[in-house]
Design a protein around this ligand. Structure first.
Ligand code: ADP
Ligand code: MG
Length: 241
């Protein structure tokens, strides 16, 4: 573990900013937010990488329409393939998107392996699509990747917010930097997410409304850029930093 940790540090050393997109809950839009953030930063001219570490439910490749499942090039590590100019790494690149059962397999080891072999080289931003919840995988990623800032996603649901609350408290307890919280899939006015964040002294970055047309654009990054979701999300990105 120690030796691996130093290999990982070396692999990440030329990355200026690491942003982990996390939530205490699944299905709130983490992957959409991570992919959209990567697209937005790329559009602004930054060198961007996207790492999908949700090994149970990888979905960034679907959102970005990544379908090149030929084994990536190797040169002192694995060179991440590009999708829409974004360097992309995901477990699906190794499993060729076939159903992979990780039951009983040590997920931490797979995460360590991916982090230890990927050659990102110089990046302005690496965006990480995190596993849901605050289970072992999430804690492992937090411990293995130093210097990451956290972008947390919730929906305006008391159930989601209860889980997100736990994640936020854990991040705070560990004194990890929280960029703020995105309220996704908003459907009507309401301020309980904002109010709770005020109590926790955590930045509310804004809301992205539920976009009933979004599904049509999944897999087509060009179209995602023109969705109502992206219009809301661009305002949110301006507040990060
Ligand atoms: N603002 C939104 N409007 C409409 N659909 C959304 C929105 N945000 C996310 N979705 C959809 O909800 C589903 C779950 O989003 P996803 O990013 O996969 O969540 P997570 O990664 O947190 O599990 C996806 O089908 C996604 O396209
Ligand atoms: Mg996801």
């Amino acid at each position: 573990m120690e030796a691996r940790a130093s290999v990982i540090d070396k692999r990440l050393k030329d990355i200026k900013n690491i942003i982990s997109v996390a939530s205490g809950k699944g299905g709130v839009g983490k992957s959409l937010v991570a992919s959209s953030l990567a697209l937005n930063l790329k559009k602004k001219g930054y060198k961007v990488g996207l790492l999908d570490l949700d090994l149970y439910g990888p979905s960034s490749h679907i959102i970005l329409g990544f379908s090149d499942f030929s084994f990536p090039k190797e040169d002192n590590g694995i060179i991440p393939p590009e999708v829409f100019g974004i360097k992309f790494m995901s477990i699906v690149i190794f499993t060729e998107d076939k159903p992979s059962a990780f039951r009983g397999v040590d997920i931490t080891n797979i995460i360590i392996e991916i982090l230890a072999i990927t050659q990102w080289k110089k990046l302005d931003y690496l965006i990480i699509d995190m596993p849901p919840g605050i289970g072992d995988e999430t804690l492992d990623v937090i411990n293995l990747i130093k210097d990451s800032k956290f972008l947390v996603v919730t929906t305006p649901s008391k159930v989601a917010m209860a889980a997100v609350d736990k994640l936020l408290l854990m991040l705070k307890e560990q004194k990890l930097p929280i960029l703020g919280v995105v309220e996704n899939m908003k459907m009507k006015d309401g301020s309980f997410v904002k109010d709770r964040l005020k109590e926790l002294d955590i930045k509310y970055l804004g809301a992205a409304n539920y976009d009933s047309e979004l599904e049509e654009s999944i897999g087509k990054p060009n179209q995602i850029q023109n969705t109502n979701f992206m219009k809301d999300f661009e305002k949110i990105v301006q507040k990060i930093g």
